[in-house]
Ligand binder design. Structure first.
Ligand code: SR1
Ligand code: MG
Length: 404
């Protein structure tokens, strides 16, 4: 590894990651340091370095100049490392309890050095192992309201919001979402991974004109609606938790977009884990869906009333209009996310892990039917309870018809 201040980028390995940590004075010397590459995401390298004498640890996350799961045939710039470290620092202003501490960043190396969260577990993994995380939806509801309201026009005013939006011009990663969340799952694209037992259902979806039209509207709204600084990929693999703590990681997809996208992704992935769960703790995962919305709504409303730069904020009905608009987006984007986890490229690991073919296919087809209803009928949903009722109807194989 080069050690000059202007060193050229090179991908780290377990040895050079330790050298870099010492060079950056993150540890006194290299004695007793061990390093493991633990990244299991689609894009980046993640090194966990621990010091045996103190037990102290850090994480070094490094962007690669290509998509990790695909290889060098799919190049990506290193810009996402800056997006991630700057987004983490902005979110920490609004919701410091729910994001990891950033110790250091280096654009040259495309790294973010951050707090070791190994005391916690990735929520998707924990959910698959039966965990419930009782405080998860309280924490995520707070995180969502504080970061999304705090970076909106209402809190910042239009000038500051526009300036921040320029800082988060993130076209490469937005394009990944536009393709892999919104476009490819709704067409017969080669990147889709549809298991044989679902191919008939997939063909029906791909020729469903109503679904395509409403999916297209959601995609266009995602591309043009600069409401707040989003995390941009807030699935349950982007959240570390224990029974007491919650930390949101990986905001490399951060950009100015529709508020309901972040909320919808959390809800979609929690619903998928709930569908995968067959025992009596499923109810507790479903409670996270209603509770995250309740907490979001209460905190967003409080912030709206106490810290608002918009001239018309106090006009009767305006807050209620905004909340209904966010709920509709939340439901629609939950549908887009669930659809791509069933027929797109990146599936939900907890569902894929189900060995019983009939059970797995039932869950996937219920999820796809539910996703279709969320996308097509999103404007009819008036409460988060209706989201949960719709899941129960999909799971029972009856018509989804809870809305007026
Ligand atoms: C090819 S990248 C596919 C997905 O991985 C990331 O985690 C995002 O969710 C993206 O959509
Ligand atoms: Mg990620």
């Amino acid at each position: 590894m080069s050690t000059s201040a202007q060193a050229a980028y090179e991908p780290l390995n377990e040895q050079t990651a330790i050298q870099l940590a010492v060079k950056l004075n993150l540890f006194e010397d290299g004695t007793g340091l061990t390093c493991r590459e633990i990244g299991d995401g689609n894009l980046n390298l993640v090194f966990h370095i621990t010091e045996s004498s103190t037990g102290r640890g850090i994480i070094i996350k490094q962007a690669l100049p290509y998509v990790r799961v695909i290889g060098e045939s799919w190049p990506l710039t290193l810009e996402r490392a800056r997006m991630e470290s700057e987004a983490l620092q902005i979110f920490a202003r609004y919701a410091p309890d729910y994001v990891p501490v950033v110790h250091h960043t280096d654009e040259q190396y495309a790294i973010t050095v951050m707090e070791d969260l190994s005391r916690l577990k990735i929520v998707r993994t924990g959910f698959a192992e039966g965990a419930v995380y009782p405080l998860l939806s309280t924490h995520i509801g707070e995180y969502l309201a504080r970061t999304l309201y705090g970076t909106s026009d209402f809190a910042l005013g239009a000038d500051a919001r526009r300036e921040l939006a320029l800082q988060f011009h993130n076209p490469e990663l937005c394009k990944i979402t536009e393709n892999f969340v919104f476009t490819y799952p709704l067409i017969d694209d080669d990147s889709n991974a549809v298991e044989p037992g679902l191919s008939e259902l997939a063909q029906q979806l791909w020729s469903d004109g109503t679904l395509l039209l409403e999916g297209a509207k959601l995609k266009q709204h995602f591309m043009t609606s600069a409401e707040a600084l989003l995390h941009g990929d807030l699935h349950t693999g982007s959240i570390f938790a224990s029974d007491e703590e919650t930390k949101v990681i990986d905001p490399e997809f951060a950009f100015y977009g529709p508020i309901g996208y972040d909320i919808g992704l959390f809800i979609a992935n929690t619903l998928l884990s709930a569908l995968a769960r067959q025992d009596n703790t499923r109810e507790q995962l479903l409670n996270h869906v209603t509770h995250v919305w309740d907490v979001f709504k209460a905190r967003y409303s409080e912030l709206w009333q106490t810290d608002n730069q918009e001239h018309f904020a106090a006009v009767p009905g305006y807050l209620e209009y905004q909340l209904q608009h966010i709920l509709e987006d939340t439901v629609g984007y939950a549908g887009s996310e669930m659809m791509r986890r069933v027929v797109g490229l990146a599936h939900a690991k907890d569902i894929e892990a189900i060995q019983d073919d009939a059970k797995r296919l039932h869950i996937k087809s219920s999820a796809a039917r539910l996703a279709r209803d969320f996308i097509v009928n999103r404007s009819r949903y008036r409460s988060a309870e209706q989201i949960v009722q719709a899941l129960q109807q999909a799971d029972q194989g009856v018509e989804i018809g809870i809305h007026a």
